[in-house]
Design a protein around this ligand. Sequence first.
Ligand code: ZN
Length: 370
Amino acid sequence: MGMLPAYLPWTVLSLIALDVLLAVWLLRRDPGLGTPRCRRCWYDMSGASGTRCPECGMDHPAPSDLGRRRLRWGRCLLALLPLPLLLLMALRVGAFPTLYYAVMPTWQRVGSREVSGHSVTHYRARNPAIPEERVVVRGRLNYEVVDRRVWAGVAAGGSPRSVGTQPYLGDGTKDCTGDGEPDLIIEGFSGGAHCCTTYAVLQLGERARALGVIEAGNAAYWRETATPGVLEMLGADYTFDYWLVPHVESPAPTVVLRWDGSRFALYTPSMAQPAPDEAAFAALVTRLGSLPARADFSGRTIPPPELWRAMLDLAYAGHEPLAWRLSEAAWNPSWGDRAAFEAEMRAQWANSPFRAMVEAWGKAVKPAGG
Ligand SMILES: [Zn+2]
């Protein structure tokens, strides 16, 4: 069965309603109502004296028995003959679910729980054709998250990913900011192969407020820090996903986010790595420089993706100046024009929400040996 026109279920439902109305009307239609009649043979007894029918001999116990409505069951059943066919048609065109979802409220409550004086309620769209879930927070703070899948620790099985690996999501007892107030992390997932996970972090204590929404791309992980109860988010920067090369070859440097007092920002102490020493840097230059040129999606000559992967690894460990030095030192003339590539990489990097922080960090870190 292909796509059915939207009016078809309603047409069939209307025909069913009309048929039933017609049958009821025919059943109850009684032009003789008002004249006294025998309740067995319907003989007109307006001229007769007493309650005994002169036609069939039926004796009516009460005079009111002579005023009964004559129900015409034969006509009624005749009118209902098309009904089985109409019901079958209704089943075929899905008329009953259409009616059900039109009459019932869109959202079905899946579960609810108390978190720090707030009610957190999980809803699912009643109609499976609407792939949406909703988490509604009510209390001092009122907040809603709508996504394809939403996880707030309320509905079992509502998590986009394994709850076992994400024990802090929807916990509502852990502190993300370090101010001692409990925070609730709500995870939203838009579906698809790689995209997109979103975290809404709500502070639900006495000073209830929405701390922020983190666009985490493909995936992220919240982990406990050395400070008891305080969490940080381990994620990745997906700015270079599908840039010049397919997803599998695209580097996604690791980022760690923590609350910095006003927002979730890079927490560089959790990301910092020592800069490679002279020998390691020289080895990297030699290894990268020997790699053959590649072609991008349009067939243009580009350097191998290993180059910008190594550059990003350096930059997201606190050594961006070293990344550009690496490009210069390792550049193989067969890869094309270095200045053009670097300009293109900078332009792409500008799309990253972490760009300014990484750049500032790189400038603040002392270069190796300096
Ligand atoms: Zn009679």
